[in-house]
Design a protein around this ligand. Structure first.
Ligand code: PEP
Length: 250
């Protein structure tokens, strides 16, 4: 049986001082888990996070990276800069970036390729909006996001990627997909990967659920057969809540 990858997405939260106190509280709470623990922090918290998690079981991630190694891209960050800072994971294509910052399947692919080339482990986010689900277009949207967003990702590259299925209607809304809705969508996504990369590669692929996961609903969601972990926003900002999710399925 796979362990779970539990990743916190802090979004645009936590000053350096706040990050320090959250991480100091979190380290002992998650020290003894078979699950993989990741915290994806704002760029300004990276050095603090790497320093305070050295020698622990917590891995540090960023929340975006650019597809170029350097250049005139004001406000962006290069994959090699993250690697040099000690970052291992990077969230790519979060729905907030797709909605507010014009991220497309093509830019998601470009960022993912660059992250992989630098040795980072991308957490690539996909998911349908409420309108798309209500229109019966969930499968079409997920198929497009995987087909376009992974267009020239090789089978070897896929081994270093985690996928996060995050229905947009469940992110930050307090509305969680039911255990069955999450599992059904993830099973559908796994089928798309199986068609392209084969069943073994698709079974090996980690596909997380994200969307208002918390210490109350994590146990049920993580117990589902296809749910390989969680990407957690709001609840990852409180050490005890995030730790409870980490331990919810061991
Ligand atoms: C997220 O940011 O990826 C997320 C799932 O947020 P929340 O848990 O707050 O819904």
């Amino acid at each position: 049986m796979k362990n779970k990858i539990i990743a916190g997405n802090w979004k645009m939260n936590k000053t350096r001082a706040e990050a320090e106190s959250l991480i100091r509280e979190l380290v002992p709470l998650v020290a003894h888990t078979p699950n993989t623990v990741v915290i994806c922090v704002p760029f300004t918290d990276i050095y603090t996070a790497v320093e305070l998690t050295r020698g622990t079981n917590i891995h540090v991630g960023a929340q975006n990276c650019h597809w170029k190694e350097s250049g005139a891209y004001t406000g962006e960050i290069a994959p090699s800069m993250l690697v040099e800072a000690g970052v291992e994971y990077v969230v790519i294509g979060h729905s907030e970036r797709r909605t507010y910052f014009g991220e497309t399947d093509a830019t998601v692919l470009a960022r993912t390729k660059a992250a992989l080339a630098a040795g980072l482990k991308p957490i690539v986010c996909i998911g349908e909006t409420l309108a798309e689900r209500q229109d019966g277009r969930m499968e079409e949207v997920l198929t497009r996001q995987v087909t376009e967003g992974f267009r020239d990702i090789s089978a070897e590259e896929l081994k270093h990627i985690t996928v996060a299925y995050e229905p947009v209607w469940a992110i930050g809304t307090g509305v969680t997909a039911t255990d069955e809705q999450a599992n059904d969508a993830i099973r559908y996504v796994r089928g798309i990967f199986a068609a392209k990369y084969g069943k073994e590669a698709a079974d090996r692929l980690y596909i997380q659920y994200g969307g208002s996961m918390n210490d109350g609903n994590a146990k049920g969601l993580l117990a589902m057969s296809d749910v390989d972990g969680g990407l957690i926003g709001g609840a990852s900002l409180v050490a005890s809540k995030f730790a409870a999710i980490v331990h919810a399925h061991e």
